[in-house]
Design a protein around this ligand. Structure first.
Ligand code: ATP
Ligand code: MN
Length: 457
């Protein structure tokens, strides 16, 4: 069906011309001699006004039903009421798909909770239409950022035989039927599809490192899976994970890459999605565009973990969780630091080695590792990264301290045996980035079908 994107008509590329547009009815208004339809095809937040002349078109009632899919032929003219706008005077309308009155999106505004019960339809609201356009632009910007800098896009496996870094609980992958009669674990897994225990990957990092040790600069971008039992507004069981890995990079290089990347993609969204950002600012987060502008224009803070602990000790706040040196920072601590102390993104660096993964580079103090988390106001941690331990002996020692089986990691250990070098990278929670940029406060509202504990649709 030859038709023109509504966004191009609104951009006045077709003034005076006869066009065909297709879309869904988002609103309709009837009067004595004419009726109006707001048509949306998903290419823009703004709807296109279709003017229906009843004398010429006859009974137009079928064209005015919320949610109906229409094909409209007509002429693009200057809008009569909306100054500077355009509208289409319809000469012919075809109903491509009827939409009965039980269509759930009749009202103008629904609660986010209600919309979560209709994931198959909620994209047809302004809010979700805008979220998913921004999500797409962000993904494109990330690819462009890395491609422009000579990074190779690597696809790492989703089914894995190793429980990566033990980061979060793994989902198991099996083809065994219900009540498989095995008496011991070894037999059970030996007879399963892969002949061994298998799971869904929590991170592509270990394989990403293998690629970086040959390609130099790589990134992965795909889903990671974590059987997170915690029911929070920022955890999913299936989330989108962007993970660059860079050979010959040390922690400051990793930090610089992360900051440059965040600024690049935010600038890109500000340029490409001004209407969407204005919409989010009006309905979801006051001051959103100022926030994003400040991100692009100012340096992020860098804070040593030990100094963060000092700040928490001095804070005039009752925290729920302990915050002595050695404790992991909880969301309440992260948010205090990034929102109350700095009010901008903060890289916390040099965490105690006991609370971080085995592969992180051990610092000379013997207590900390060259790790960093990027914390942002409103969301908390969006990036976790580090320089990697390049020394074979130190890596093996860290694995032994954690009782990790060396055989299961022999491929990874090989990287330290054959041409090891300093390298590092990070993992960005893409869905959390979308939250941060749009002002959505629940991660369930930035994916088509969010997967969380007890919820699969
Ligand atoms: P958190 O402490 O928030 O649970 P994490 O430290 O377990 O996260 P990492 O292993 O460092 O997470 O993963 C890198 C990034 O991936 C995180 O900074 C976060 O943005 C994102 N991420 C991790 N787990 C999830 C999840 N369950 N849902 C959505 N995003 C996640
Ligand atoms: Mn982390």
């Amino acid at each position: 069906m030859k038709h023109i994107d509504i966004k191009d008509i609104l951009a006045k590329q077709y003034n005076g011309q006869q066009v065909t547009v297709c879309g869904w009815v988002r609103a309709a208004r009837d009067s004595k001699t004419i009726a109006f339809v707001s048509l949306n095809d998903g290419t823009s937040l703004e709807h296109l006004q279709i003017v229906l002349d009843k004398a010429a078109l006859g009974d137009v009632s079928d064209y005015l039903r919320m949610g109906a899919a229409l094909k409209v032929e007509g002429q693009v003219v200057d809008a009569v009421v909306k100054e500077g706008g355009v509208e289409v005077n319809a000469t012919q309308v075809t109903v491509l798909g009827e939409c009965p009155p039980e269509y759930p999106l009749q009202k103008k505004r629904h609660t986010m909770e209600y919309l979560r019960t209709i994931p198959q339809l909620r994209l047809r609201t302004n809010t979700f239409n805008a979220v998913f356009r921004v999500r797409s632009v962000l993904a494109g910007a990330l690819h462009r950022f890395f491609q422009e800098r000579g990074f190779s896009y690597i696809h790492t496996p989703l089914i894995t035989g190793s429980d990566c870094e033990g980061a979060g609980e793994m989902f198991r992958v099996t083809t065994h039927p219900f009540a498989t009669p095995y008496t011991n674990e070894e037999d059970y897994y030996a007879n399963d599809f892969f002949g061994k225990k298998a799971g869904l990957s929590v991170s592509g990092q270990l394989e990403g490192e293998m690629a970086a040790m040959a390609m130099g600069k790589i990134y992965t971008f795909g889903p990671s899976f974590r059987a997170e039992k915690s029911n929070t507004p920022r955890h999913l069981a299936e989330f989108w994970h962007l993970e660059p890995e860079v050979a010959f990079a040390e922690l400051p290089d990793v930090i610089e890459l992360a900051e440059t990347m965040i600024k690049y993609v935010i600038k890109d969204v500000m340029e490409r999605c001004p209407a969407e950002l204005a919409f989010f600012e009006q309905h979801f987060e006051a001051g959103l565009r100022d926030k994003l502008n400040n991100i692009v224009q100012n340096d992020f803070a860098i804070l040593d973990y030990t100094d963060a602990i000092d700040l928490l000790a001095k804070a005039d706040v009752e925290f729920q969780y302990p915050h002595e040196w050695g404790c992991d920072l909880q969301t309440e601590h992260e948010r205090y630091i990034t929102e109350k102390v700095f009010n901008k993104p903060v890289f916390v660096i040099n965490y105690p080695k006991a609370i971080k993964s085995f592969y992180m580079k051990q610092n000379a103090d013997g207590k900390t590792v060259a790790a960093t988390d990027l914390l942002v106001p409103g969301v908390g941690e969006i990036i976790g990264g580090s320089e990697r331990e390049a020394d074979l002996g130190k890596l093996l020692a860290a694995m032994r301290e954690r009782n990790m089986p060396e055989e299961a990691y022999s491929d990874y250990i090989d990287l330290r045996r054959f041409g090891s070098c300093p390298h590092g990278g990070f993992g960005l929670g893409f869905d959390r980035l979308v939250m941060y940029v749009t002002g959505m406060s629940n991660i369930r509202d930035v994916l088509l079908f969010p997967r969380t504990v007890g919820s699969l649709r």
